[in-house]
Design a protein around this ligand. Structure first.
Ligand SMILES: *[C@@H]1O[C@H](CO)[C@@H](O)[C@H](O)[C@H]1NC(C)=O
Ligand SMILES: *[C@@H]1O[C@H](CO)[C@@H](O)[C@H](O)[C@H]1NC(C)=O
Length: 482
């Protein structure tokens, strides 16, 4: 049964590449449609008046939470318009009521149809977080616990759900192992050839031409998907059992892992037990809680952080389609960096600082130093403090020396004209992103990639530190107290 553990990326966070582009006419039309949808949904929700405020989580109430609106699917609207309005909603009386899966997909039924399933396996903890293999920072991680994540094994559904265990279906914190099944339904077709027929009609839920993925999820009570965002539209259909989604809008400070880190797209905060000394800006965050049960369809907007807890033995299906951010970010990453090969490393450092500052300014962020400071404080500093990655003081000193002796005004005059065209092109593309908060996340991601390419991986964090005026003493790892 258990084969040689292999670490894979998975369990809930979506990262893919290269969808088609959007023409300007299409995006104008899309804007108008979204506006109308936003107004209509706003009106529907107000009239539904189910939204209420309460304190977050059940744990320490460090964030505020409101309840996601629950709506009967408005027949005069399209699923696309609802998704493009980018608000979390629970829809009922949707097209899934016509699905054969709605009536038949129970764990008992699926245990018969799927003899063996390939599951994520964690020996100790119920908390699942994606580890994207081969992300640049992986070789620099100091923390050995990564091997516990995302090991895959083949087991039966009865083993997955621990049916031989008397504690079955009770939310339990007992020791593992913990298993979670999440699979692209196309990959189940070899053992369950007509699985697609159980989820028809589905076309209205498919919102992009490429990279659409339909997944089946099965898990026992207690498992948790760690807080993360996806750059996808997501219709999440609950078929058996209950799940609790805690969603945070993209404008909240969730302390993302660096985008070069294997936990890319995830928050460093454990929202059930947030460490507010390390993550002070998380306090007072605003969440939307959506508890879904059989027959509910949850609309999870792109770039909204979500934490998912399975409350009862559960079966779900979801449909991911690319959000427009995908195509835009791919175009941005494809832009050439206007630097010359023969420049020395210290010239590259200077040019990188000037170019990144131009890009940040070009999207309307005036305090560029503050932006860079937030980036390094939120993404890198907590990792250094927890000794997840090292902070190299020599690299810091080296860069600091270059920054200190540079005549920035004359270098600016030399380089800015060379960078004008490319930075303008990038700012136009970034300007097409749907909201100010996704722009901030995406600019941060782009800067990390850029600095990685121009000054080198080990210098990314020290570069951000020097550029934002932090000192090495800010990066002293916390000493563990016993
Ligand atoms: C699980 O089984 C599948 C199909 O039989 C096989 O291709 C795969 O390699 C197995 N995976 C693991 C991790 O054992
Ligand atoms: C953050 O986003 C949410 C959802 O779009 C919005 O309701 C809220 O007003 C925003 N908060 C701030 C501080 O901009």
């Amino acid at each position: 049964m258990a084969q040689k553990p292999k670490r894979v990326a998975g369990s809930g966070n979506k990262e893919r590449s290269s969808p088609p582009s959007v023409t300007p006419q299409k995006s104008l039309l899309a804007c108008i449609t979204v506006l109308i949808a936003a107004i209509t949904i706003g009106w529907l929700i107000r009239n539904d008046s189910l939204s209420l405020r309460r304190n977050g989580g059940g744990g320490p109430s460090s964030y505020a939470a409101s309840v996601a609106p629950r709506l009967v699917f408005p027949r005069d609207m399209s699923y696309r318009a609802i998704a493009e309005s980018r608000r979390p909603l629970i829809l009922t009386k949707t097209l899934i009521d016509k699905w054969k899966a709605r009536r038949t997909f129970t764990t008992t039924f699926l245990a018969k149809r799927l003899e063996q399933v390939s599951v994520y396996h964690q020996p100790k903890q119920r908390h699942f977080i994606t580890f994207h293999d081969q992300k640049p920072l992986e070789p620099l991680l100091l923390d050995e616990s990564w091997d516990d994540f995302n090991v895959k094994i083949n087991i039966s559904i009865s083993q997955l759900l621990q049916w031989d265990d008397t504690n079955n279906n009770i939310l339990t914190t007992k020791e593992g192992p913990w298993h979670y099944y999440s699979q692209d339904v196309n990959q189940i077709r070899s053992v369950f050839p007509d699985i697609i027929h159980y989820m028809q009609p589905i076309n209205d839920l498919i919102l992009s031409e490429d990279n659409v993925q339909v997944n089946l999820w099965i898990g026992r009570a207690g498992i948790i998907t760690h807080t993360h965002y996806d750059a996808t539209y997501n219709f999440f259909v609950q078929l058996q059992g209950r799940k609790r989604f805690t969603l945070f809008p993209p404008n909240q400070t969730l302390y993302l892992y660096p985008c070069l880190h294997p936990h890319y797209g995830h928050s460093q905060v454990d929202i059930l037990a947030p460490n507010l000394d390390q993550f002070p800006l998380f306090e007072g965050s605003e969440a939307v809680v959506a508890e879904v049960g059989p027959g509910d369809m949850l609309v999870v907007p792109p770039y909204w952080f979500h934490h998912v807890e399975t409350l009862e033995e559960s079966v779900s299906i979801n449909v991911w389609s690319d959000a427009p951010e995908y195509a835009l970010m791919n175009k941005i990453y494809a832009q050439p960096i206007p630097f010359e090969e023969e420049w020395s490393w210290s010239e590259l450092v200077i040019a990188t600082n000037i170019y990144t500052t131009m890009i940040i300014k070009s999207v309307g962020i005036s305090d560029t130093k503050q932006f860079v400071s937030n980036l390094v404080r939120q993404r890198y500093l907590p990792l250094v403090k927890r000794s997840n990655i090292a902070f190299n003081t020599n690299h810091y000193e080296e860069l600091n020396e270059i920054f200190r002796r540079t005549d920035w005004s004359s270098k600016g005059q030399q380089y800015k004209p060379l960078f004008q065209k490319e930075s303008h092109r990038i700012s136009l593309l970034l300007g097409e992103l749907p909201s100010k908060s996704t722009i901030k996340i995406c600019v941060g991601n782009y800067l990390e990639h850029l600095i990685h390419r121009t000054v080198g991986l080990e210098h990314v964090c020290p570069f951000l530190a020097v550029a934002s005026g932090l000192s090495p003493s800010d990066f002293t790892p916390l000493t563990l107290e016993f």
